[in-house]
Design a protein around this ligand. Structure first.
Ligand SMILES: Nc1ncnc2c1ncn2[C@@H]1O[C@H](COP(=O)(O)OP(=O)(O)OP(=O)(O)O)[C@@H](O)[C@H]1O
Ligand SMILES: [Mg+2]
Length: 575
């Protein structure tokens, strides 16, 4: 693989630039393909590039020459074939020395080899290297993310997009979780991973590992056969082994689950470390309650939001003074009362001395026990009541109606060097929004407080959110403000979110824009034509051709997007 492919071209129509260059591809170097890594060098310089385009052409002016040749061949003349010129275009990924100049004329171009790794990773110090995947260069060459750019504080947040089933999004997120925690263990950086499970029992099997490393390889082989990829079984085994040798060891990582009593996949957790979670009204902020009651893409009437805010301020105060017990059911009942009686009527009834009250006024005094607000509108209260009633009638899985608090997931339950899986499958969308928003806030607040301590128990958290479009869709809405706020603050707090969804084009622009690392798996051409994939350049054409396990990643420490391959995570092969 170290053989010379060709030479750098510097011509009028194809000039070399600091960021890209064209090169010739010799005959018999057909294995140069889009995504191949090449090195252009002379005795003092080395420039590593990734091939993003290829042109094959001949001097033939028109296709008619082909017909003439074919006719001549069929009439017995010896076959002729025109000279084919093959050229490729590489985007610069890394260089040594760090001079931003184009490669020189006719520099030799060859395939990358493991000797070039130091140049590739020179921007990432040894103790900051988190495995991102591999590229092929004779052997498998590891590609790393920079811990400070993946988890904060330099940059943070990852977005993974691609077609369902083909893009291997969740599998890559799991691989990333293992890579991050393996780095954390090696470097004694107390880091935790939190991930939400959205697909049946998908991530509820993380603790079910093969017996040992040999068994893992046997299971990978069986899996490859089962999914019709037996011709690639050796590659998957090799990739898994390479990752294992680089310290990605799932046997060192603890798994902890948070689920709920009616979870249909709870049976998978026998023998695992798990606990139940639930939320009462007192466990939520006003914003979290609103984000649960209304869908993010909804046009929410300002009047309803105002009523909820005003009510909760009063009700929380009343609960503090032990005047009421604030639960979901009490709030529901209070909204019903606001809907039934007008503020003026209630005010008059209470103001009238008992012996002078009309029967209606006495009735109101008997029935109305909600906190007194300055004013309210019955129709608005009726709308909030119906909303809350609808939410409560469906939200029986994790919502405590009658007690002020449940058993919410607390920062104190988050442990370093551990993957925490929160079961969301089976919940309504409103419940999912409740859990995700409440937990994100808890994690960010926890990290903020921890940062003030001399010896923080947990310093960084990577939180994986599958189906990100549910929480931060593109349409403007006040409901997604909390998630926008978390992404904006996350970098400083070292709370990094990994958002996963099929179409990045459907995600809120600010949330997406805050992601410093972007990962794309197989997607339709129509999707990658969207402007937000502009950073891919010519690699856009490669996206619909990506096989399972292949992704393109864009990370701030590299000057170009990078096609990578990663090993199938073990939870996929032990099904
Ligand atoms: N590294 C890999 N190499 C090859 N195949 C893989 C790899 N990782 C996962 N797969 C296969 O791809 C399938 C789909 O993976 P995964 O569930 O991660 O996709 P997804 O993009 O999350 O899909 P969805 O959008 O439906 O959630 C898995 O069932 C598994 O068989
Ligand atoms: Mg998935």
């Amino acid at each position: 693989m170290n053989k010379v492919i060709g030479r750098v071209i510097i011509s009028k129509d194809r000039p070399a630039k600091p960021s890209e260059f064209w090169f010739t591809i010799r005959n018999h170097c057909e294995e140069v393909e889009i995504g191949s890594y090449v090195v252009a060098e002379d005795d003092r310089h080395k420039i590593i590039g990734v091939v993003e385009d290829e042109d094959y052409f001949a001097m033939t002016e028109s296709p008619s020459q082909y017909f003439t040749e074919e006719m001549a061949t069929s009439m017995g003349s010896p076959p002729t074939s025109p000279t084919i010129i093959r050229i490729g275009k590489a985007r610069v990924v890394a260089r040594e020395p760090p001079l931003n100049i184009p490669p020189g004329d006719r520099w030799r171009v060859r395939f990358i080899s493991s000797n070039d790794v130091q140049v590739l990773h020179k921007n990432i110090p040894e103790n900051k290297r988190i495995l991102a995947g591999f590229i092929r260069g004779g052997s498998w060459i590891p590609i790393y993310y920079h811990a400070d750019f993946l988890l904060g504080p330099e940059a943070a947040h990852v977005n993974i997009s691609g077609k369902t089933g083909l893009a291997v999004k969740t599998s890559y997120a799991v691989f990333l979780a293992y890579a991050v925690l393996s780095w954390a263990i090696k470097n004694k950086e107390p880091t935790a991973v939190v991930m939400f499970n959205v697909k049946r029992g998908d991530l509820m099997r993380l603790h079910k590992l093969p017996k040992d490393v040999d068994d893992a390889k046997a299971k990978i082989e069986q899996w490859a056969e089962k999914v019709g990829l037996s011709d690639k079984a050796d590659i998957y085994k090799m990739l898994w082994n390479e990752a294992y040798n680089l310290g990605i060891n799932p046997y060192n990582i603890r798994i902890k689950y948070f689920t709920y009593p009616t979870d249909p996949y709870q049976c998978l957790l026998e023998g695992a470390d798990y606990q139940y979670y639930s939320y009462g009204l007192g466990d939520l902020t006003k914003e979290e309650l609103i984000a649960s009651l209304y869908r993010p893409e909804e046009e929410v009437p300002e009047t309803q939001i105002n009523l909820i805010y005003r009510y909760l301020s009063r009700a929380i105060d009343a609960a503090r003074r032990n005047k009421i017990t604030l639960t979901f059911d009490t709030m529901r009942s209070h909204m019903e009362q606001y809907a039934k009686f007008s503020a003026r009527e209630v005010f008059e009834a209470y103001r009238t001395p008992q012996n002078q009250r009309s029967r209606r006024q006495q009735y109101i005094v008997n029935k109305f026990h909600a906190p007194q607000l300055d004013n309210w509108h019955e129709r608005v209260a009726g709308a909030v009541f119906r909303r809350l009633d609808g939410f409560l009638s469906r939200a029986g899985h994790i919502v405590k109606r009658r007690s002020p608090s449940g058993n919410p997931i607390k920062f104190s339950a988050i442990e370093p060097y551990t993957i925490h899986v929160v079961q969301l499958y089976g919940l309504t969308d409103a419940e999912k929004r409740l859990v995700v928003n409440a937990l994100l806030r808890e994690l960010s607040d926890g990290l903020e407080e921890e940062a003030t301590k001399e010896n923080p128990r947990v310093k960084r958290i990577l939180t994986l959110i599958d189906e990100m479009n549910l929480y931060a869709p593109r349409r403007a809405s006040p409901i997604k403000e909390q998630i926008i706020d978390i992404t904006a603050r996350g970098r400083d707090l070292c709370h990094s979110l990994v958002g996963i969804q099929q179409f990045a084009s459907q995600i809120d622009a600010q949330v997406y824009g805050n992601c410093s690392t972007k990962v794309v798996g197989n997607s339709d051409l129509v999707e990658v034509r969207s402007d937000i994939y502009r950073y891919l350049g010519k690699f856009r054409d490669l996206v619909p051709l990506l096989d399972k396990g292949m992704l393109i990643t864009y990370h701030p420490t590299y000057t170009s997007p990078i096609p990578i391959i990663f090993p199938v995570p073990l939870y996929q092969v032990t099904l």
